[in-house]
Design a protein around this ligand. Structure first.
Ligand code: MF3
Ligand code: CO
Length: 248
């Protein structure tokens, strides 16, 4: 069942998204060569605490941290740890907050110092995939219009599209219906209605589509070891406009 949100609920989700955007906005400055991925996690935990919000991923299905920090060939769900970031890495940071029962979810990929032209292009195209997806996410359109926009732009750019993980409804829980795939498959294709809140999240690979899960049970990596990027926004659909609730 797709939960349609009331105006009051969207106000609460907007506030959760605003707090999340503040946390993510501050991250840019700390992502520099030499920082350990677990320092990103501590930063997020203390920033959340100051804002009176709870990191929504912590404990979710047993996930052990507040953020996912996925480096280079890691696509999503990287667990923060001792690993230090090096000049030339790209790092995807994914975070969700719960504030007064309202959930937000957003992600971005950042360069660590100077990165290769391939990494630059991958990050740019993945961001553009998200922009194009949001443009299609209007009242009366369908989920697959979002999926097709992501897929087409990634493929036209010569990149792979992760199929094993999807965007999703969000707002009153971290994951709600409907699924928002980044490719057009045979799954449900509901029409977008006023009051729908979605997390749209292209996960795009420099090489092939295939991914694997590491021994830690969480970290999703590209099967061919090439780079991956991930950008995500929480958006709300209204009759006359679609509002992007998160920012970086
Ligand atoms: N960020 C993921 C999403 O966008 C959810 C993370 S799952 C967790 O749907 F377990 F890592 F929290
Ligand atoms: Co998400």
């Amino acid at each position: 069942m797709i939960r349609i949100k009331t105006a009051d609920e969207i106000d609460g989700i907007r506030e959760s998204c605003r707090l999340l955007s503040r946390v993510l906005g501050e991250l840019r400055e700390i992502v520099v060569p030499g920082i350990a991925t677990r320092e990103i996690d501590s930063f997020v935990q203390s920033a959340c605490r100051k804002l009176g919000a709870r990191p929504a991923f912590l404990g979710y299905q047993g996930y052990p941290a507040a953020v996912c920090v996925s480096v280079n060939e890691a696509v999503i769900h990287g667990i923060p740890g001792k690993r230090k970031l090096n000049e030339g890495d790209i790092v995807s940071i994914d975070c969700g907050l719960e504030h007064r029962g309202f959930f937000s979810d957003a992600a971005l990929t950042l360069p660590v110092g100077r990165v290769s032209p391939e990494a630059e292009k991958l990050m740019r195209v993945t961001r553009e995939c998200l922009e194009r997806a949001v443009e299609k996410a209007v009242f009366g359109a369908r989920i697959h219009d979002i999926s097709a926009a992501v897929y087409r732009h990634a493929r036209d750019s010569g990149f792979g599209v992760v199929r094993d993980y999807c965007g999703h409804g969000v707002g009153l829980a971290l994951h709600e219906e409907p699924q928002v795939p980044n490719y057009v498959g045979l799954g449900p294709n509901p029409r977008l209605r006023e009051g729908m809140v979605l997390a749209v999240e292209p996960m795009i690979n420099a090489g092939g589509d295939e991914v694997e899960v590491l021994e830690d049970g969480w970290t999703v990596v590209t099967a061919d070891g090439r780079l991956s990027a991930h950008f995500e926004h929480t958006i709300a659909v209204f009759r006359d406009r679609t509002e992007v609730l998160t920012s970086w």
